[in-house]
Design a protein around this ligand. Structure first.
Ligand code: 9D3
Length: 263
């Protein structure tokens, strides 16, 4: 997969991608990232990349001409030119399903903004899709582009090693992870759950699934609503909930326990 990133901070993007899974994917030839700096497409002595907003007010808008010329140049360098994606708070919120959709592309061009953003007509004319990475305020689109590239890279065949891709076990898709433990067996009186020391592999698998379901129910109930549970999972979750309610001394109520949380 080839990703072109249009950014005022090309080094920021390049540096972070040198490490970890993304760095290895680049080494393995699975991922190519090319950066484009709109400042290189300016023609004035000051290399101006921002301009004042029509209507007034504080903040600047990215200057149109350097961005437009940069996009055109990026598209000319390789086939296919791919979709142009603008990272912005107004975009479609990225999640794992979205990442799975986007990774199917052979090539993407990511447009990142600074200041207050880019001219709306540039979005209309040059942008195919607008994506956000969540509802919080960043200082620019570069970190969002890096987050997106990282999520996509993990989905490229061959990017993860065997130990890393075990987590891709589709069974746990859409759920939070179970708790993890390593040595020693006891820390300040806190013991590793006995089942993990039992050597009973089937019991361990059941416990992990139960914990994943239970933690999702407790912390992110809306994720459970997006995912149907099979009979085994429903039983494990009911199990977790019953135990949780005993622990918290809340009386159990008859009926489907899952419905009590409105999911
Ligand atoms: C404080 C400025 N805000 C005025 C109400 C608007 C604003 C402009 C530009 C807020 C953030 C940004 C820069 N953000 C991005 O470029 C961005 C982003 C984000 O801030 N949050 C989540 N996803 C993304 S993708 C790109």
């Amino acid at each position: 997969m080839r990703v072109d990133v249009v950014t005022l901070f090309p080094e920021l993007v390049e540096t972070l991608l040198r490490f970890g899974v993304t760095g290895r994917a680049v080494e393995r030839g699975l991922l190519t990232v090319v950066t484009w700096d709109p400042r290189d497409e300016t023609h004035d002595r000051r290399r101006t990349v921002d301009d004042r907003p029509y209507g007034g007010g504080p903040g600047m808008v990215m200057k149109v001409q350097p961005l437009r010329d940069t996009l055109r140049r990026a598209r000319q360098t390789a086939e296919p030119c791919g979709k142009t994606i603008y990272l912005s708070p107004q975009g479609r919120p990225l999640n794992q399903d979205g990442a799975r959709e986007l990774v199917r592309a052979e090539r993407l061009i990511l447009l990142t903004g600074r200041y207050e953003g880019i001219d709306e007509r540039l979005i209309e004319a040059e942008v195919d899709e607008e994506w956000s990475i969540g509802d919080y305020v960043l200082s620019g689109g570069e970190l969002a582009a890096l987050v997106l590239i990282d999520a996509l890279t993990r989905l490229l065949p061959g990017a993860l090693n065997d130990s890393e891709s075990a987590e891709q076990d589709s069974f746990m898709d859409g759920l939070l992870d179970c708790p993890h433990y390593t040595r020693p067996e006891e820390i300040d009186g806190r013991r590793v759950p006995a089942v993990l020391l039992s050597g009973d592999h089937a019991a361990i698998v059941r416990w992990r699934r139960r914990e994943a379901l239970g933690r999702t129910w407790l912390r992110r109930p809306e994720l459970l609503a997006l995912r149907s549970l099979n009979a085994t999972e429903q039983r494990l979750l009911d199990d977790f909930i019953r135990e949780y309610q005993e622990k918290t001394e809340k009386a159990g109520v008859a009926g489907d326990l899952t419905e009590q949380r409105g999911v």
